[in-house]
Design a protein around this ligand. Structure first.
Ligand code: ATP
Length: 192
């Protein structure tokens, strides 16, 4: 059993493919009152705030109108990330802790959050959920709106690259949690 000590303020970047259990872990932490639900931001939440629909709804629409809808989704998605980053930056400046729930499978996505934390002079840590492909695919099958085998497998490839590079990217700490990752998070009670 592992204990992860959280910084008082800053950014916790969750990293993991679809179905690795990022949102589920955060829900559990909120239910256990380790974190407050207001400390969580997610790309899906901001996609809805900006463009009304979450990823899965865009995916369904895109099936019929392929390219135009997809381009629209990408635009909404980019704007959603911009808005989310603005909120994270403000929270960092107010010395608050923020958990970011998105896959963060690409180095450039992680780099943006690292830079944002640097600018605000707060720590940024990565919590990586390493779940076997087989388990990810089984969970996907059971999901109400499956992400799709192809997409999950592609994410697993990208995740393997992430595992090789994440230690050297400039995170103040990175924790790779292997499924079923028994872990508890310990908060810092007071600002330094
Ligand atoms: P996405 O990036 O697609 O939002 P995610 O990493 O946030 O995915 P969740 O939304 O937490 O993943 O979970 C996806 C599915 O996997 C859900 O159906 C959930 O019930 C299941 N799941 C998540 N964690 C576990 C777990 N520890 N044990 C069993 N099933 C799990």
């Amino acid at each position: 059993h592992r204990e992860i000590h959280l910084p008082y303020a800053g950014i916790v970047v969750l990293v993991g493919p679809s179905n690795s259990g990022k949102s589920t872990m955060l829900e559990r932490l909120a239910a256990e009152e380790v974190i407050r639900s207001t400390e969580i931001v997610s790309s899906d939440q901001f996609r809805m705030l900006i463009g009304d629909d979450e990823y899965i709804e865009w995916k369904h629409r895109a099936r019929s109108e392929a390219d135009v809808i997809f381009a629209e989704y990408q635009q909404v998605s980019a704007k959603a990330f911009e808005a989310m980053e603005a909120i994270i930056a403000t929270r960092c400046r107010l010395n608050k802790l923020t958990w970011v729930d998105a896959t963060h499978l690409y180095p450039e996505d992680r780099e943006r959050l690292i830079q944002l934390a640097r600018k605000a002079h707060v720590p940024v840590i990565a919590v990586v959920l390493d779940v076997p492909e087989q388990v990810l695919l089984e969970r996907d099958d059971q999901r109400k709106h499956p992400r799709g085998r192809q997409r999950v497998k592609q994410q697993v490839q990208q995740f393997r690259r992430t595992l090789r590079s994440i230690r050297d990217e400039g995170f103040d700490a990175s924790y790779i949690l292997k499924h079923p990752y028994p872990v508890s998070f310990v908060r810092t009670a007071n600002p330094l």
